[in-house]
Every structure is written in C-alpha cells, then in structure tokens.
Design a protein around this ligand. Sequence first.
Ligand SMILES: C[S@@+](CC[C@H](N)C(=O)[O-])C[C@H]1O[C@@H](n2cnc3c(N)ncnc32)[C@H](O)[C@@H]1O
Length: 236
Amino acid sequence: MKAAPIRDRNDIRQYDDLVDAWWRPEAAFAALHWLAAARGRLVPEPLVDGEVLLDLGCGGGLMAPYASVYRHVGVDLSASALSVADRHGVLVVRGDVAQLPVADGAATVVVAGELLEHVRDLPAVVAEVCRVLRPGGTVVIDTINATRVARLALVGIAERLPGGPPPRIHDPELFVCPDRLRTLFAEHDVDLRVWGIRPAARDYARFLADRRHPVRMVPTRSVTLVYQGVGRKEDG
Ligand SMILES: C[S@@+](CC[C@H](N)C(=O)[O-])C[C@H]1O[C@@H](n2cnc3c(N)ncnc32)[C@H](O)[C@@H]1O
C-alpha cells in the first residue's frame, strides 16, 4: 500500500488520504465515533417532521445514526468526506463553514463536532452558526481547549496512541478557549454551557485490547482537554 504523503498540520487533504477510515471504528477516526455518540445524546427530539439538523464539518457523516429523525444536512469542504457522508444518507453540501450556503434560521439544530479547532476565523464561524440557527434552536459543539496541557496531551502524546487523533490532523494554534467561545456565542444571543469529556477508562482499556469495543465519553469537571457545549438561541 502506498504511504500517505506528509502534509502540513490541519491540511484538508488529510481527509482524502484517510477517506477509507471514516466508518471503520478501529481506524484513524476511532475517537470521532465515540464523540459522535456523545454528541447524539445532546440532540433534542424534533417537534415536527422535516426539521433540519445542520451538521457543520460533517466529515464522513458519523452523526447519521443520531440524526435520522431530522433532515440531516451536512456541510464540509472535503469532497471525498462528503461522498462518504452521502452514502450514509446525509444530504450533503460542499461549502466553507465561515460562509454557509444556507438561509437564515433554516436549522432547528446546528452541530459542530470536532470542527471549531480546525477553522481559521472562529468569530466568522460562530456568527454563521448563529445566523442559520432558528430562534429557540439548539447548538451542540465539541472541541479542544487551547491549553498547554491539551497541546501536549492531544498533539504530543495522543497522536501516537490507538484511538488518538491522526498525526498532524490538528494545528494546536487553532485550539479554542471555552471562555472565548462562550463570549462569541453570547454576542449572538446564544448562551453556551460547556463541560469537559473524556473516554471512560474501562472502555478505553477494552478498546486497546480488541480495537472494537465502543468507548463511552463521560463528563468531567475539567475542561482542560476536550469539552462539549450546548446552547439555545433566544426566541425572537
Ligand atoms: C475532525 S473532522 C470532524 C468530522 C465530523 N464532524 C465528526 O466528528 O466525525 C473535521 C471536519 O471539518 C471539515 N472542515 C474543516 N474546516 C472546514 C471549513 N472551513 N468548512 C467546512 N468544513 C471544514 C474537514 O473537512 C473535516 O471533515
């Protein structure tokens, strides 16, 4: 098999190199499967048929099992990832999350899973999330904190561990401070509540043994590494 080229950190072409890994829970995107399940637990039930869940940076569509009660629309820059998401029932749109090709207030739920730590213009992306979210709608995020510990643990160490992020997928300069994120959302009338999450130790030990066991992400008081957030856009 041809070795994947060495790319710059956060180079979007890495998702082309890894296109066969999206739906293999033992492979490079293992942790994204665990995070998608944790994210899915935060998605509210729709009130009526046909409501839209907009999945920003949807990648290969790993949210599909948790979004089937919605019209699951995924936006991503990576054409190869979108073709995988399409095969899993996601209605795909190629685009940049900093300039969404989506009407104001079109989505009941906006999900941004493991996306915000990849974008160069965070204020623009948060503004777009809030623009396309309808009043009363819910935003669900997870991302990586901009701490020295996170840089060491998730780049220096975890990139070498099974279930850790693929090497060079992250640029630690783009990691996201939760206070800054909450402030940006508040500017658009979304009160974001955040908390830390980590893999359950026993599950991770079993995953190490068989590379199959699903790993439940559990809440933790510390937001030092990976954190989740949920916010609701004020009504009218
Ligand atoms: C770490 S993956 C997360 C994928 C998916 N959300 C998940 O959790 O399985 C990040 C995704 O964001 C996409 N992405 C990065 N920057 C983007 C941008 N500016 N606009 C749209 N998609 C972007 C990448 O192509 C990639 O599919």
